[in-house]
Ligand binder design. Structure first.
Ligand code: SF4
Length: 402
């Protein structure tokens, strides 16, 4: 049996107990504990906050953040770098910076590793990194702590299999998102491996139009140049398709895209052709699915407004906000500070347009029920801060509630 590689770690360092107290102090929260203890609902005065039963930190984020803390603990005297943000939450990233972890940020999607030496330690985020970034770092000889989430690795396996079998990976995702960049790069493991990223049903429709013979090659290439392999040619590479998705997209839309593209291929070339040249696999992660299911359950009895907490660049939070906005007036805030109790004003991101807006008197007057959920990268203490500000907007001080 080969000796373990002393420069590559993907299961932490067995130091959980050493970092547990710090993690808890940094991210757990009394108000969220209180909500859980009261069956996810808290009423004080005429304000009720109802919380979705699944929300906030997912297993992949918990693991990645814990491994980052373990890494700092393990290598107190070494330079420690992180490839991009560990997760899309400004507080968590700031906390890592305070611990002396330097976050490398890309320029036009490209990371500069020229300053990294064999004496350094580099943490890979939960989203994973591209194959070429991974190889560059391994060649440096530095210690690599890989926190790539197991659910992301599952998508990679799927995309790898598509490339091995000569199918173009059609990825439902955002082509510029770290996870999708890393996922798409997996096709490079096989000569001629090809990918195309579509963001939503509208973009999937461009693919189905092409399959139906109504596409324009130049227009297609112009639109998807950045979202496809450099050698991608729709005349060649839409002949065989395997669908996968970024783990944090809207699950319902991912399924629809898979079915829609498969049906278009069958309509264009027949069922028998589809049977051998089309595959689809739902690679939404279970944490994303659970959070979306919990919001759907809450919306069966809709609150007056929904508050969705999480980074504006957090894909899973954006998906949650989109779901909520279909049924209820929704405020996606990146942080508790977006809620100003004094002025009774909220600053939020519009779930449909993505535009920022400000609303005054957003809780109205009289009894109000606020539904609450949070993206997978939002820590409990920050969720609690937002809940406190909701109540404070109506002059209610939660610090006295036990
Ligand atoms: S959202 Fe899903 S894939 Fe991403 S880190 Fe969390 S569990 Fe893993």
């Amino acid at each position: 049996m080969n000796a373990p590689d002393p420069t590559y770690f993907r299961k932490g360092f067995g130091l959980k107990q050493d970092v547990e107290a710090t993690l808890s102090a940094d991210y757990s929260g009394r108000i969220v504990d209180l909500l859980r203890a009261r069956d996810y609902q808290l009423t004080v005065g005429d304000v009720t906050v109802r919380m979705a039963h699944e929300f906030g930190f997912c297993y992949g984020v918990e693991r990645a953040v814990e491994y980052a803390y373990q890494t700092r603990h393990k290598f107190p005297d070494r330079r420690v770098f992180l490839v991009g943000e560990i997760i899309h939450n400004p507080h968590v990233n700031q906390r890592l910076r305070e611990m002396g972890i330097e976050i490398l940020m890309p320029t036009d999607g490209v990371f500069d590793y020229s300053g990294i030496t064999a004496d350094d330690v580099v943490i890979l985020p939960a989203f994973g990194v591209t194959i070429s970034d991974f190889q560059t770092l391994r060649e440096k000889g530095c210690v690599v702590v890989d926190t790539t989430c197991g659910s992301v690795l599952n998508v990679w396996k799927r995309v790898e299999a598509y490339a091995r079998d000569g199918l173009t990976s059609l990825i439902h995702g955002k082509y510029y998102h770290e996870e999708t960049r890393a996922t798409a790069s997996q096709v490079e493991k096989f000569p001629g491996g090809t990918y195309l990223v579509v963001r939503n049903m509208d973009e999937a429709r461009d693919v189905t139009e092409y399959l139906a013979g109504r596409g324009d090659r130049s227009a297609f290439l112009a639109k998807y140049g950045k979202a496809a392999s450099a050698h991608f040619d729709p005349d060649i590479h839409l002949a065989r398709i395997g669908v996968a998705n970024q783990t944090t997209m809207l699950a319902r839309e991912s399924l629809e895209i898979g079915e829609f593209v498969g049906a278009a291929m069958a309509a264009a070339k027949g069922e028998a052709y589809r049977a051998t040249n089309f595959r689809t696999f739902d690679t939404i992660c279970s944490a994303t699915q659970d959070r979306q299911d919990a919001v759907n359950a809450m919306l069966l009895d809709p609150p007056d407004v929904m508050l969705v907490i999480g980074g504006y660049n957090s894909s899973n939070t954006i998906s949650l906000a989109a779901l909520c906005a279909e049924k209820v007036r929704t405020f996606h805030v990146e942080d508790a500070l977006c809620i100003d109790p004094e002025r009774r004003v909220i600053q939020a991101r519009d779930a449909k347009s993505g535009e920022r807006f400000e609303a005054s008197n957003w809780l109205g007057t009289g009894p109000v029920t606020v539904g609450l959920t949070a993206g997978a990268s939002t820590p409990n203490n920050k969720i609690g801060d937002a809940v406190a500000r909701v109540f404070a907007t109506r002059g209610i001080d939660l610090s006295t509630i036990a």
